[in-house]
Design a protein around this ligand. Structure first.
Ligand code: 3PG
Length: 422
């Protein structure tokens, strides 16, 4: 018999092996607990331990203990803890099971006042269990004609309530004005005022017309978010209608559903656009939850091709480490395809130069209000966005480009300047 106690999960001399999943947590221990005591409890509860000392027949036990192997105390309460998990703890290819370990019960333990999963270093053996994205940044030329510029997308506003006629009309104007992709908003799915099948059929038919008219591929990020079987049915419908993309609200739909959709997407050659609605419930507080960096890692493993990662503080959403997350999405991960990061939320033509400075051109830029709120309407708004991208890529100040025969950009700059909306 062997005893298993919390102390068994702390070993500050342990060096993680190449097959361990290594997680970085920031932890504020409960007021009556040391960092060591809290760290060992986190390693225990997220792997194979519990609050009571256990007496187990070693012959009947596979040892799957995690190890809290590094503690860095901060000036304030708490600090950072590294926990190494043996890969055998995890079921191959099950993101739900992995998250139930590394971001499960530990999030609510009394032993910590707060705990945040900041980052993961994924071993090759775990990564190989997941498909990863099919297209990633290559969608810009494999499915679209964006070339070296950012992929441009727009979501009709108001986000829900428009009739299908109005939705399709806005789509037509936006494509004609120069965006590549129409996008549904996160809460537009299949409601009576704008039913899914009618919207998809008509929008994709207009996309084909505009592809012909403009000579640039136009496509549609169709929000298929629903119960999983229904998502599969909707993805198949999009493929039948000739669409090249589907969109999933990945956090609200859940990672297992995303994994199912990823398989279907491959059968039909569909790229997956991940909207992250609800992510901030996990990542907004800098001392508790799961970081956006980790959510983005999870999304890449599950196989999304695009994911929203913020606007480097230039839009309407809380500032976050957009450059760092984007760099991870494009980093080498044992040959896994990269992900195209999407900047979205409060963007308009007047901030595109700063956005491209911060994030580069290998991104998608989505603007809803920043196109449809243009004083001369959607088509002019889309032109203004495209003109702003051109100027930014040529290193020409936006106002100079506006004055050089680009009245749509001039009108957008007159209206919004370089403001960052709230
Ligand atoms: C999104 O899907 O990210 C938002 O609906 C963006 O809308 P906005 O460009 O009007 O802020």
């Amino acid at each position: 018999m062997t005893g298993i106690e919390y102390d068994d999960f702390l070993d500050l001399d342990y060096e993680p092996t190449g097959t361990d999943l290594v997680c970085e947590f920031s932890i504020a221990p409960a007021s009556d607990m040391s960092m060591e005591a809290a760290a060992s409890r986190v390693a225990s509860e997220s792997a194979n331990g519990t609050w009571a000392a256990l007496h187990v027949d070693e012959a009947e036990l596979t040892d799957l203990s995690a190890v809290a192997c590094d503690i860095r105390e901060n000036a304030g309460p708490g600090g950072n803890v590294t926990v190494a998990y043996p890969t055998d703890l995890f079921e191959d290819g099950s993101m739900a099971q992995i998250l139930s370990c590394i971001a499960g019960n530990i999030m609510g333990m009394k032993a910590v006042d707060s705990i945040r999963l900041e980052d993961c270093k994924w071993p090759e053996t775990l990564v190989e269990g997941f498909p990863g994205p099919q297209f990633g940044t290559a969608v810009a030329h494999e499915k679209l004609d964006a070339g070296d510029r950012p992929v441009l997308a727009t979501v009709p506003k108001p986000k829900v309530g428009l009739s299908t006629d109005a939705h399709v009309d806005i789509a037509e104007q936006a494509w004609r004005g120069g965006v590549d992709l129409l996008k549904d908003d996160e809460n537009l799915t299949d409601q009576y005022f704008n039913p899914f099948e009618d919207r998809v059929e008509r929008s994709l038919s207009v996309a084909r017309e505009l592809t012909e008219e403009t000579g640039e591929k136009k496509d549609y990020l169709v929000n298929i978010t629903a119960e999983t079987d229904e998502m599969v049915r909707r993805a198949e419908f999009v493929a039948d209608q000739g669409g090249g993309f589907i969109m999933v609200d990945v956090v609200t739909a859940g990672w297992s559903a995303v994994q199912t959709v990823r398989d279907v997407a491959e059968k039909h050659d569909l790229a997956i656009h991940a909207h992250r609605a609800m992510h901030a419930a996990f990542d907004r507080m800098d001392h508790h939850g799961v970081s956006m960096r980790t959510l983005a890692q999870v999304a890449r493993l599950c196989g999304v091709d695009h994911i929203h990662t913020g606007t480097a503080g230039l839009g309407k959403l809380e500032n976050e480490d957009t450059p760092g997350i984007n760099a991870w999405l494009k980093s080498d991960l044992y040959g896994t395809t990269d992900v195209l990061p999407v900047a979205s939320g409060g963007l308009h033509p007047g901030v595109i130069d700063a956005l491209i400075d911060a994030l580069g051109t290998d991104i998608a830029i989505q603007a809803g209000g920043g196109i449809h709120g243009h004083p001369d309407g959607t088509e002019a708004g889309a032109r203004a966005l495209r003109q702003s991208v051109e100027a930014s890529m040529q290193g020409v100040p936006l106002r100079d480009h506006a004055d050089a025969g680009n009245p749509e950009l001039a009108a957008a700059l007159d209206k919004w300047g370089a403001e960052t909306p709230r």
